[in-house]
Design a protein. Structure first.
Length: 827
């Protein structure tokens, strides 16, 4: 086994990091293609679980983690559903009766696979009953029951299962699958479920009801963050009574710290961005660990290393060490890590890299005392040994005494937009030095008194400045710290008819049973009507409102609202703001109102009206009616026989399966019939119509249109305008209308109809296709085919009918007029 134990230390900045050794796949093949790891401190000591994907199958291995190294305990090849999963993830969990499992999950794996932690034998009881393709899951106990929350690839909300004492699962609530924003990471924080998304919504915080179901409590859009993109990792920790949630943005290479108030809502406290002085580009792993009074946060990415931070009581992250890849460490490429508390009281770190099939073990101990600044004028004092003075952005005059230039350091990275020592004005004084920095929020002044009361050389002080990631807080641009929103209240209804009124804060209102009247008032409210036919109003703010069984009437009010009708024939109104409406089961009415809304009917014969704004309407199952309204809308019929009307704007209509009716209305529209015998009408504008599968009827309407019949025996009419018609396969009927039109029948025995205008038939098949001409073009008399061909002539190898001002027809594919006699008739 290649297990190096170098004597040298990787000492970077303010912590001593000792590489205790590495194990690679040349010595242990179970590490070949290592993908994920987790460290657990259990009854058998500190144990690591590693999942790998060698050339054949998926392997799970168990390792004993000692103070001086690693040793392989057992290994097993995954079987069943786990053996075919992609991007496997290993987790450790305990059921309510005390059984512990190492659990494999991942995309393309149906359900979860549990292994007994004693010997890695397959344990079929854990999570049996879950048939979903889960990428992430967490567990939480409430109301005497343990619930499992899991998300699938493309899920907009977690699914919920109840677990019995042995771990068998029963579905409680199925998640919603959408294109975007979908969720990609989960975390339990302070009794709330936090979900991260790689889509447009960065974070969603859910209330967990006593029955395990979820109520969206807070939604943080990506545009409302300091620049988080691709939330793929979450971590949480409590510091001095305050719960913090750390959010890793993979696409933005950022770490963000949010404080959680007593109502579960998150407020930004710190935001750092990877730089050349840190190692978490494209964040691939995140972990937090408590060692005594110290809170450590570790992050790694794809830049060959790890950044280690201490979290301050206010949530600020201070980089205390960076690890960089060496020949005998597994830190190259995309890194996965996990931290743990060693038996000697130091911090332990286990890493694994995508480009190196191996694992590396480190120990970490601090070498400096951190002395933290606070808001306003602050006096800080040095102590014996190395000190790290960490300053904050407050535009105040701070003082440091007892500064030892030979070993102490300064961290100024929290000053607003501080990036380089060249931005500083450093002047020596009789007893030390003074640093001035002009920021957007005001001037920072730091007066330093040396431990020997002698002047400090500015060059030496510059060398004592700590480096690290860049930092950005949105309030730096305004100069005013944001106030936390007014705390909300929680209102619980009863089983009878209740009237519940929220306040100006972010309220949680539960109607329970009965026919309830609920008004959230101002603030970002979470409202659940419960059983009964309820009337609910979100009011001002970004609200989340959901019905249950019953015929509910829900109005979002102003703000970007999320409204769910669930079961029953519900009426949902988004009103002002960019709203998301889910009808659920039943015959629902959904109206988006103003702004850009997303409406989904779900099952049942639903009616969807987008209103003003660029809306997306999806009928899903059921015979639905969709009306886009103003602006450029997207309408999706889904299953069954739907009616879609684009109305104003350049709309996109897709009927889906079923015999659908599509009307583009005003604007340059795109219509797709899909499967089924559909009727498509472009309306005014330059439209594109595609019939799809089956026998469709297409009418271009006014404007220069393009019509495509698709499969089946289709009818295409261009109407007014200069149109292009393609019948494609099937026995189609094509009629241009009164403009300058091009007709192409495609495969099959097609019928071309000419009533006037300037028309060119591109692919007439002699003795296969048919041509019908309106007799009004020659005065209305009934003529035999040979008499009709007498009205034509041959020009440049094509047959031409020229009726002067009444119309001109050019036929390609036949070279003589007599060849048309068997194919001619009157329209």
């Amino acid at each position: 086994m290649r297990f190096a134990r170098p004597d040298s230390k990787i000492a970077v900045m303010f912590a001593s990091v000792v590489h205790l050794g590495s194990v690679f796949s040349d010595a242990q093949p179970v590490l070949l293609g290592a993908r994920d790891l987790q460290v657990v401190d259990g009854p058998n000591g500190i144990t690591a679980y590693v999942v790998a994907t060698p050339t054949e199958g998926i392997w799970l291995s168990q390792w004993t983690v000692g103070n001086t190294g690693l040793s392989l305990t057992s290994s097993a090849q995954a079987v069943g559903a786990a053996s075919v999963g992609e991007d496997p993830v290993v987790s450790h969990t305990t059921t309510s009766n005390g059984d512990t499992f190492a659990v494999l999950s991942g995309t393309s794996q149906i359900g979860l696979t549990g292994y007994d932690t004693d010997n890695l034998t397959l344990e079929g009881s854990f999570a049996s009953g879950i048939d979903a393709d889960l990428t992430h899951f967490v567990m939480h106990a409430t109301g005497g029951t343990t619930y499992l929350y899991g998300i699938e690839d493309g899920s907009a909300r977690p699914s919920v299962w109840a677990l019995d004492a042995t771990g068998q699962a029963t579905l409680v609530d199925a998640g919603v699958t959408v294109t975007s924003p979908y969720q990609d990471s989960l975390l339990i924080a302070g009794g709330y479920l936090v979900a991260g998304s790689t889509g447009t919504r960065a974070i969603t915080v859910y209330d967990i009801a006593s029955d395990g179901t979820l109520i969206a409590h807070q939604e943080i859009e990506r545009s409302d963050t300091p620049g988080i993109s691709g939330t793929t990792h979450l971590a949480t920790v409590e510091v001095d009574g305050t719960r913090f949630v750390i959010i890793a943005g993979q696409d933005s290479s950022t770490l963000s710290v949010y404080a959680q108030n007593q109502n579960g809502r998150l407020f930004l406290r710190d935001h750092i961005i990877d730089s050349r002085n840190s190692r978490f580009d494209g964040v691939s792993s995140l972990d937090v660990q408590v060692i005594g009074d110290a809170i450590y946060v570790a992050a790694a990415g794809s830049d060959g290393g790890v950044s280690l931070f201490r979290m301050m009581p206010d949530g600020q992250l201070v980089q205390v060490a960076t690890l960089m890849d060496e020949l005998d460490t597994s830190l190259s490429g995309s890194v996965t890590l996990d931290m743990f508390s060693r038996t000697d009281g130091d911090l332990g770190l286990l890493t694994m890299a995508s480009s190196e099939s191996g694992i590396s073990l480190f120990s970490v101990s601090e070498t400096a005392t951190i002395v933290a600044d606070s808001d306003g004028e602050t006096q800080l004092a040095g102590s014996v040994g190395q000190d790290l003075f960490v300053m904050t952005a407050d535009a105040a005059r701070d003082q440091i005494t007892g500064f030892d230039i030979t070993e102490d350091m300064l961290d100024l990275t929290a000053w607003a937009f501080y990036r380089s020592p060249t931005q500083l004005v450093i002047n020596p004084t009789a007893t030390g030095a003074e640093i001035r920095f002009q920021s957007l929020i005001g001037e920072e002044v730091l007066v330093i008194t040396s431990n020997d009361l002698q002047p400090i050389d500015p060059n030496l002080l510059t060398a004592a400045l700590a480096t690290g990631p860049d930092r950005y807080m949105p309030w730096w641009l305004t100069g005013t710290r944001p106030d936390e929103v007014i705390p909300g209240q929680q209102l619980d209804g009863t089983t009878v008819n209740d009237t519940l009124q929220g306040g100006d804060g972010d309220d949680v209102i539960l109607g329970r049973g009965g026919i309830d009247l609920i008004d959230g008032g101002a603030g970002a409210d979470s409202i659940a009507g419960g059983e009964g036919s309820d009337r609910m109003m979100g009011g001002a703010g970004d609200d989340t409102v959901s019905g249950a069984n019953g015929y509910d009437h829900i109005q979002g009010g102003t703000g970007n609202d999320l409204i769910s009708g669930n079961n029953g024939n519900d009426s949902l109104f988004g009103d002002l703001g960019d709203d998301i409406l889910f009808g659920g089961l039943g015959a629902d009415l959904l109206e988006g109102g103003d702004a850009n809304d997303d409406l989904s009917g779900d099952a049942g014969p639903d009616r969807l009206f987008g209103g003003a704004g660029a809306d997306t309407l999806n009928g899903n199952a059921g015979t639905d009616q969709l009306d886009g309204g103003l602006d450029h809308d997207v309408l999706l019929g889904g299953l069954n026989h739907d009616i879609l009307a684009g109305d104003w704007g350049d709309d996109t209509l897709d009927g889906g399966s079923g015999n659908d009716t599509l009307d583009g209305g005003e604007g340059n529209d795109s219509l797709e019939g899909g499967a089924g015998a559909d009727q498509l009408s472009g309306g005014n504008g330059a439209d594109i119509l595609s019939g799809g599968i089956n026998h469709d009827q297409l009418s271009g309407g006014a404007g220069d249109d393009q019509l495509f019949g698709g499969n089946g025996d289709d009818s295409l009419i261009g109407d007014s305008g200069n149109d292009t018609l393609f019948g494609n396969s099937g026995d189609d009927r094509l009629e241009g209308g009164g403009g300058t039109d091009i007709l192409n029948g495609g495969l099959g025995a097609d019928t071309f109809v000419f009533r006037g205008g300037s028309v060119r038939i591109e692919d007439f098949q002699n003795d296969v296709d048919h041509l019908l001409i309106d007799p009004a073009l020659w005065g209305g008399a009934a003529l035999d085919p040979d008499e009709i061909t007498a009205l034509a002539h041959v020009q440049d190898g094509t047959v031409v009918f020229d009726f002067g001002a009444d119309g001109r027809l050019v036929i390609e594919g036949v070279g003589t007029t007599t060849a048309l006699e068997n194919d001619l008739g009157m329209a």
